[in-house]
Design a protein around this ligand. Structure first.
Ligand SMILES: Cc1cc2nc3c(=O)[nH]c(=O)nc-3n(C[C@H](O)[C@H](O)[C@H](O)COP(=O)(O)OP(=O)(O)OC[C@H]3O[C@@H](n4cnc5c(N)ncnc54)[C@H](O)[C@@H]3O)c2cc1C
Length: 378
C-alpha cells in the first residue's frame, strides 16, 4: 500500500484533513489538479476570527487582507440598514495565501502534496490519477462543488466575482444587495479587501451572472476590473452519506457550505478536520464505528443550524421584492442593536429570524410563509 489516504483536492477541507491524518503519523498524499495551491482563488474570504481559531490557524500578515466593522444590507428599492460587525470579529482572508499556510502546516506534520495531479477514477486498490495509479486504504473526495455537479445539479447557482478598483468602496464595510428579480434566491455582494479594492459578486437562480455583475457595477460608478472568476455555489446543504465504504467526502464536496451565503471556509474546514481525525482513529483501532463519528460530530456541530439555514433560504426564495421592502420598513434600531451585540457570524440564523420576525412585517410575511416562519422563530 502506497498511502493510508489519498485526498483529491488541495484546498481548505483537503489540506486540513491531511494535517490531521499526518499529525498521527499516517501516510497521506494530497493531489491538487491546479498548478498552484490557493490559485485560482474562487472565494470572498470572509470568515470570523473564532472560526479560524477553531481550525487551528493563526492569521498571518500575508493571509489577512482586511478587518470588517459593519455590514450594510440594501433592499430592492434602495432602503438599507447597517449592522455593527465589530463584536463578530469578521475578517477577509487572502485565500491564495491562507491555503498555502494550511499546506505548510500539513507538510510540517508529514503530509505529501502534489500539484497538477488530478483524480481520474476511484479503483478497487486506490485511485487512478493523471500521474498514474496510486494504492491507498482511503480515498478522500475534497474536490469542492465540482464533485456535486456530477451528482446533483439542482442545488447549484452560478456566481460571478470580480476584483475591482474603485473609490466608492468603503474599506471596512461589507455590502449585500437583495433583489429577487436581479438575483433570485441570492444577492449581490461587495467585500472590501483593502483601500479602494473589493471582491464584488452576484449569484442567483437562472441568471446570467456576467450580465448581472456588469449591470451592478455600471450602477455603482466608475471602476476598473482587475480579475474575473465564475464559479458554481451549492445551496442545498449536506449530502446524505459522508462515508461510503472507503470513500470519505468532505468540505464543499459533501455540501458543507452554508445554504444561506455559500460560505464554507469554517464548516467545510471543520468537515476536513473531523474526517481526518476519524480516519486516523480507524487506522489505529480498525473499528469502523470510528468512521461514522465524522458525520455524527459534524451534524452535532452544524446540523441544526444548517436545517434552519435551509428553512431561511426557502423563505427567501418565495419572497418578492415588495415583501422584502416591507420587512426593511419595520426593522427597528433595537433589533439592529441586538443583532450587533449578540449575533454570531458562523451561526447566524437567530439574527435572520429576528429580522424576519419584526413587528410590522410579520403580518405580510406570515400571510405568505406561515408555519415555516413560526418554526424558524421558535
Ligand atoms: C464566489 C465565491 C465566493 C465565496 N466566498 C466565501 C466567503 O466569503 N467565505 C466563506 O467562508 N466561503 C466562501 N466561499 C466558499 C468557499 O470558497 C468554500 O466553501 C471553500 O473553499 C470550500 O473548501 P473545499 O476545500 O471544500 O473546496 P474548494 O475550495 O472548492 O477546493 C476544491 C479543490 O479541489 C480541486 N479539484 C477539483 N477536482 C479535482 C480533481 N479531479 N483532482 C484533484 N483536485 C481537484 C480544485 O482545484 C480545488 O482546489 C465562496 C465561494 C465562491 C464560489
Amino acid at each position: 500500500m502506497d498511502y493510508d489516504a489519498v485526498i483529491a483536492g488541495g484546498s481548505v477541507a483537503g489540506l486540513l484533513c491531511a494535517r490531521e491524518i499526518a499529525s498521527k503519523n499516517h501516510r497521506v498524499l494530497v493531489i491538487e489538479e491546479d498548478a498552484e495551491l490557493g490559485t485560482p482563488e474562487h472565494c470572498g474570504g470572509v470568515v470570523s476570527i473564532p472560526a479560524i481559531d477553531d481550525l487551528g490557524i493563526i492569521p498571518m500578515r500575508a493571509t489577512l487582507d482586511n478587518k470588517i466593522r459593519s455590514a450594510k444590507i440594501v433592499s430592492p428599492s434602495g432602503k438599507d440598514f447597517t449592522i455593527d460587525a465589530r463584536q463578530q470579529q469578521v475578517i477577509v482572508l487572502d485565500r491564495r495565501e491562507f491555503d498555502k499556510q494550511i499546506a505548510h502546516q500539513a507538510q510540517v506534520k508529514g503530509a505529501e502534496i502534489r500539484v497538477r495531479t488530478s483524480l481520474r477514477e476511484i479503483t478497487k486498490e486506490g485511485v487512478r490519477t493523471s500521474d498514474g495509479e496510486i494504492k491507498c486504504k482511503f480515498v478522500v473526495d475534497a474536490r469542492g462543488v465540482t464533485s456535486l455537479v456530477q451528482k446533483d445539479r439542482t442545488g447549484i447557482l452560478q456566481s460571478a466575482q470580480y476584483e475591482v478598483f474603485a473609490d466608492w468602496i468603503d474599506k471596512e464595510r461589507i455590502e449585500v444587495y437583495l433583489d429577487q428579480e436581479k438575483y433570485p434566491g441570492f444577492f449581490a455582494w461587495v467585500i472590501p479587501t483593502r483601500r479602494d479594492e473589493a471582491k464584488i459578486g452576484v449569484a442567483g437562480r437562472g441568471i446570467n451572472p456576467a450580465q448581472a455583475i456588469e449591470e451592478f457595477l455600471k450602477k455603482k460608478g466608475k471602476h476598473s476590473i482587475i480579475r474575473k472568476i465564475f464559479a458554481p455555489i451549492w445551496i442545498k446543504g449536506p449530502i446524505k452519506e459522508f462515508v461510503t465504504g472507503n470513500v470519505i467526502t468532505i468540505g464543499d464536496a459533501a455540501g458543507q457550505a452554508k445554504p444561506t451565503t455559500a460560505g464554507g471556509i469554517y464548516s467545510s474546514g471543520i468537515g476536513g478536520m473531523f474526517a481526518g481525525n476519524a480516519i486516523s482513529k480507524f487506522l489505529e483501532s480498525g473499528n469502523r464505528s470510528e468512521l461514522a463519528e465524522y458525520q455524527k460530530k459534524w451534524n452535532k456541530k452544524f446540523g441544526r443550524e444548517f436545517e434552519n439555514m435551509l428553512l431561511a433560504r426557502s423563505l427567501l426564495e418565495r419572497m418578492d421584492n415588495k415583501t422584502i421592502d416591507s420587512i426593511f420598513d419595520s426593522i427597528t434600531p433595537k433589533i439592529l442593536d441586538e443583532i450587533s451585540k449578540e449575533g454570531n457570524f458562523d451561526f447566524h440564523t437567530t439574527s435572520v429570524a429576528k429580522l424576519l420576525g419584526v413587528r410590522g412585517s410579520v403580518k405580510a410575511v406570515q400571510a405568505i410563509l406561515g408555519n415555516e416562519l413560526r418554526r424558524l422563530l421558535s
